[in-house]
Design a protein around this ligand. Structure first.
Ligand code: AMO
Length: 395
């Protein structure tokens, strides 16, 4: 019996020696109890246990650095510093049941659509998402980096004939900014699919699979009696498609060079909810000027100033981003040069395009961000068991 289970032991009813033992036992200790269970209307759980024997298996130290059953809340830093105790709280545990339900729903939705689950290397020679957020690793007598994304490898698997793959794995980004939505280790749910006929194929797949995932997660959480079941929104595909240019008009910043910032995303979320009444929506047709460093993003043949790239946003926050990839080697090499890189830096990746590569595309979906928004928690860190950020490497 762990500290979270209550044992009703009444003075005068129980053996005085057992009463003394428990009265002296610190909270959160682990005990083994033998006794008679009987119905009790007075007990919250509807029964009580009259012990005949109690063994102390593990005595908790005092004082506890963090209360587990106390009503008084501690700040997030204190909670994360003593995360093992924090995770014992039923309300915190419930977040991880929600996370499990989402991961299971995603895995099922893609498995039964014929996708193969894969695992790609996390120690890399090259990054794919820009040098600023790479974590260098001393790798024997050379330098390697922690993977920011499985991007290049999931594409290579399309070249390897896998056709439909997904990966659920950690992604590492040296995010110097200390915000409520960035962590340095997050779980990316990546999908890649061959033989696509444009971005719509990807968006339809994503919205259908996500709708199914939410329904499955709600059913799972309802069965467990988890309070987050009620927070799972209804998704109704098709989700609204908002061209990037329209979002810019709403924001009064047409032709801007940069991507949408946090405040822009929130404002677009408010407008999208007003116009379409949907918490989920795509922002489509990202301009090439905004994606100039995303060398693998295909530029539209008829409108090279636009890519086929899109984001999936949920209540004003980017959850996923992806689109059709450039599968033609000459254009891909040109994009690499435009991004101030050289084709020589990516020999293994580019070889995959030399011997037959079908049109393909996919996206990366931030699992932590999604769980964070679903749960309505103040900070993304609460969705990870042991989060990592700019200042946190312990516990
Ligand atoms: P992108 O860089 O947009 O795309 O990342 C995909 C999704 O990952 C999540 N995310 C993060 N979550 C928490 N903390 C972070 N520091 C963080 N950074 C990103 C977001 C984001 O939408 N290779 C492309 C995907 C592709 O084109 O397939 C990529 O990684 O939810």
């Amino acid at each position: 019996m762990s500290g979270s289970t209550q044992l009703l032991l009444k003075k005068g009813v129980a053996d005085p020696a057992l009463f003394a033992l428990l009265a002296d036992l610190p909270r959160e200790s682990v005990v083994s109890v033998e006794g008679m269970v009987r119905r009790s209307e007075k007990s919250q759980r509807g029964f009580e246990l009259a012990p005949t024997r109690i063994d102390v298996i593990s005595r908790a130290g005092v004082p506890l650095p963090l209360g587990v059953v106390d009503k008084v809340g501690a700040d997030l830093d204190t909670r994360l510093n003593h995360r093992v105790l924090d995770l014992r709280k039923p309300a915190v545990h419930a977040v991880f049941e929600l996370r499990h339900a989402v991961l299971r729903g995603l895995r099922d939705a893609f498995t039964h659509r014929g996708f193969l689950e894969v695992e790609t290397p996390k120690i890399l020679r090259q990054g794919a998402e820009g040098g600023a957020t790479l974590f260098p690793v001393e790798y024997f007598d050379t330098r390697a980096y922690l993977a920011q994304s499985p991007q290049l490898y999931k594409q290579m698997l399309i070249g390897a004939g896998f056709e439909r793959v997904f990966e659920i794995a950690p992604a590492f980004r040296a995010e110097p900014s200390d915000t409520i939505r960035h962590i340095t280790e997050f779980t990316s749910f990546d999908v890649e699919m061959g033989y696509i006929d444009g971005a719509e194929d990807l968006r339809r797949l994503l919205e259908d699979a996500l709708t199914e995932t939410l329904a499955d997660a709600r059913a799972d959480l309802t069965r467990r009696g988890n309070p987050y079941a009620e927070k799972i929104p209804d998704a109704k595909p098709p989700f609204p498609r908002i061209p990037f240019s329209l979002a810019e008009e709403w924001l009064g910043r047409p032709g801007a060079e940069e991507d949408l910032g946090t405040e822009d995303e929130k404002a677009v979320g408010v407008q999208a909810e007003k116009e379409f009444g949907s918490p989920f929506y795509f922002i489509t047709d990202y301009p090439t000027r905004v994606k100039s460093h995303t060398f693998y993003a295909q530029r539209q043949d008829e409108h090279p100033e636009l890519t086929g790239y899109f984001d999936l946003d949920f209540r004003g926050l980017e959850i996923a981003s992806g689109g059709p990839r450039e599968h033609r080697l000459d254009r891909l090499e040109a994009n690499i040069r435009t991004a101030d890189l050289t084709p020589e830096q990516f020999p293994g990746y580019l070889e995959a395009f030399r011997y037959g590569m079908p049109p393909h595309g996919g996206w990366g979906f931030g699992v932590d961000r999604f769980v964070w928004m679903l749960a309505g928690l103040p900070n993304i860190r609460e969705t990870r068991l042991f989060p990592r950020d700019r200042y946190r490497l312990d516990p």
